[in-house]
Ligand binder design. Structure first.
Ligand code: G6P
Length: 618
């Protein structure tokens, strides 16, 4: 979840750019950099770590000779915060990147999927690259296409690229112009008086201007101090509406959403895309080369044990179905706070997976350490670089959800689920458990998840809000599901408890008749996860039993499964995908249900009572 800020205008912009980056820090990053054009040449400064390190590196340039950076006169520049995807966290891999001559500088968010092929082409033509990133190719392509017109060179480079990204370019021969392009990643223009900004999010320039223009997919934008010109891939001009942003500073940090939780629910398509895209480079390949566990070693794993707490535990429960179904490897689930006290039997053939978004949860860390001491290979799935979990594990698989501020985990949950899908598929492939056609089919489905998550949010929110209005004053919510639907119910009930404070329970639907059915009457809302699965018919029978007690059944179903409506009072449809992947979509209406219920009750969803984002003490 990188950040972009660009400026062209009449004011010295070095400090404006760094201030813009500070407003994008919430997205998470591991390095940062900026380039400034002044007096006929471009100078760059980059630094690993936080923006304090970048500021220190900028100050050092006074001695190191990067004149444009050291002096404050430059009135055009680019800046970036990087969250490593391709290539390690190093100064060389931090943005901006340039061509060999240093004439073109670029910053990029997202992923260029065909970078290897394009890079090979440039290397064959005798060019050299200075980083391991997928982004650097964009500077080289612009240089190759450049014939005096920067906008046309960007347009031609854009046509060569595949993936999801947004980038901004600066050329030494154009001291009054920046050119950007967008494909799936955000890019927005800020129009000031005699100055223009181009950034990945509005907060980057909100202190300077509230007048914005949004760029759409497939568009190229050229900015100068007088404004912006938007064109499409063929050079046809596009008219864009100018908007006035009315957010205050607080709302700006929330991206215009009323709460961080809602913002983070809406960031899920991006978070999942960031987590999966470059790990699925081809339709027949899962690339987890970042693990120290090799595919060959993974074939010797006899058992997977997942340890985690809270929402991360539910992500593990979802993953268990995928790992068992695809890789035919037994998976045991353990709540981390229980695991370490039961003197667990661990063998060197075990893979112990610790899932922790913060990487700092004491119980999960202790469980991982114990497993490691007893000889297992320990793999951490975490969202935070440099966290304790990354130091206590043999292998690390990062989710790339960006910083999550709301205490209730949403985008980190779906990113964890996506990461476990990758792990399950990678192990299944290494062990030869899936044929090539099935692998390709699953990779295609995984790649479509970000889009389908977006469709689920858009497609269900209004209906969920209506359901919340009908039930927010209720005294109890029950969540029922079977098989792959059960962990979704557990997560739905947890969300309802933690942010709405309404007692809620999740049950395996087949167990309901053994006790919980006594709780049901006509005042009880019962949320049934009835997405496609091999047990859908059984779930429908359970729903019929619930309705026979007069309870109000709210079903989550897969698009096209119209039969579910017969046993439900209301049905919320989520897009169709492979049934093993269905939970990552089915959970979204349940996140929204807890959210809207809590808001109707007037509760603070970002900071629920008695709860903290990270639980580090025992
Ligand atoms: C806290 C948070 C939960 C989270 C759990 C585990 O209780 O409130 O949202 O699921 O910790 O956190 P972790 O960082 O280990 O995933």
């Amino acid at each position: 979840m990188c950040g972009i800020v660009g400026y062209v205008g009449g004011r010295p912009c070095r400090d404006l750019l760094i201030a813009g980056l500070e407003k994008l820090e919430y997205r998470g990053y591991d390095s940062a950099g900026l380039s400034l054009l002044d007096d006929g040449h471009i100078d760059s400064v980059r630094a690993v770590g936080n923006l304090a390190n970048l500021r220190a590196a900028v100050a050092d340039e006074r001695d190191a000779g990067a004149v444009a950076v050291a002096q404050t006169e430059a009135t055009i520049g680019l800046a970036h915060t990087r969250w490593a995807t391709h290539g390690r966290v190093t100064e060389e891999n931090a943005h901006p990147h340039s061509d060999e001559e240093g004439d073109v500088h670029i910053v990029l968010n997202g992923i260029v999927e065909n970078h290897s092929e394009l890079r090979r082409g440039r290397i064959a033509d005798g060019h050299e690259f200075s980083s391991e990133t997928d982004a650097e190719i964009v500077a080289h392509l612009i240089e190759r296409h450049y014939d005096g017109d920067l906008t046309e060179a960007v347009r031609a480079a854009f046509a060569d690229l595949r993936g999801h990204y947004a980038f901004v370019a600066m050329h030494v021969e154009h001291p009054g112009m920046l050119v950007g392009a967008r494909q799936e990643c955000p890019l927005v223009i800020g129009l000031g008086k005699g100055e223009t900004f181009l950034a990945s999010a509005i907060p980057a320039f909100l202190r300077e201007t509230r007048t914005v223009m949004r760029i759409e997919n497939g568009e190229i934008v050229t900015i100068d101090e007088d404004g912006a010109t938007v064109t499409d891939a063929d050079g046809e001009p596009h008219e864009r509406e100018i908007e006035e942003v009315t957010w205050d500073e607080d709302a700006a940090e929330r991206g215009g959403y009323p709460t961080f939780m809602m913002k983070e629910i809406h960031e899920q398509p991006d978070a999942v895309a960031e987590t999966i895209t470059d790990r699925l480079p081809e339709l027949d390949e899962v690339d987890l080369s970042e693990l120290t566990l090799t595919p060959e070693q993974s074939t010797r794993i006899r058992r997977v044990v997942i340890v985690a707490c809270g929402t991360s535990y539910h992500a593990g429960l979802v993953g268990r179905y995928a790992i068992e179904a695809w890789g035919r490897i037994p998976v045991e689930m353990d709540i981390a706070s229980e695991y370490r006290y039961r003197d667990p039997v661990v063998s060197p053939d075990d893979l112990v997976v610790g899932i922790t978004q913060s990487g700092e949860t004491a119980d999960t860390l202790a469980a991982m350490r114990l497993a490691r001491e007893r000889g297992a290979h320990v793999l951490a799935i975490t969202n935070v670089m440099g966290s304790q979990a990354t130091r206590d594990a043999d292998s690390v698989l990062f989710t790339r959800a960006g910083l999550e501020i709301g205490v209730a985990a949403t985008k980190t949950f779906t990113s964890q689920v996506a990461a476990i899908y990758l792990l399950g598929l990678w192990m299944a492939q290494a062990r030869g458990e899936l044929d090539a056609a099935r692998v390709t089919e699953l990779i295609g489905e995984l790649k479509s998840l970000p889009r389908k998550i977006g469709e689920t949010i858009e497609g269900t929110e209004a209906q969920v809000r209506a359901v919340a209005r009908s039930h927010y004053e209720g005294r109890f919510f029950l969540f029922l599901g079977r098989h792959i639907g059960l962990p979704v119910c557990l997560e739905g009930a947890l969300k309802m408890k933690e942010i709405s404070y309404i007692p809620s329970d999740a049950y395996a639907a087949g167990e309901m008749k053994h006790g919980p059915i006594a709780l049901l009457d006509e005042t009880t809302p019962v949320v049934c996860v009835a997405t496609d699965s091999p047990v859908l018919e059984k779930t429908l029978s359970n729903m019929a039993e619930v309705r026979a007690r007069g309870a109000d059944v709210i079903a989550i179903a897969t698009e096209g499964s119209e039969q579910v409506c017969d046993d439900a009072d209301q049905t919320l449809f989520v897009p169709r995908t492979d049934w093993i992947l269905q939970p990552i979509l089915a959970v979204i209406p349940l996140q929204l249900l807890a959210y809207h219920t809590a808001r109707l009750l007037g509760l603070n969803v970002d900071q629920p009572r008695n709860l903290a984002k990270t639980v580090t003490v025992e």
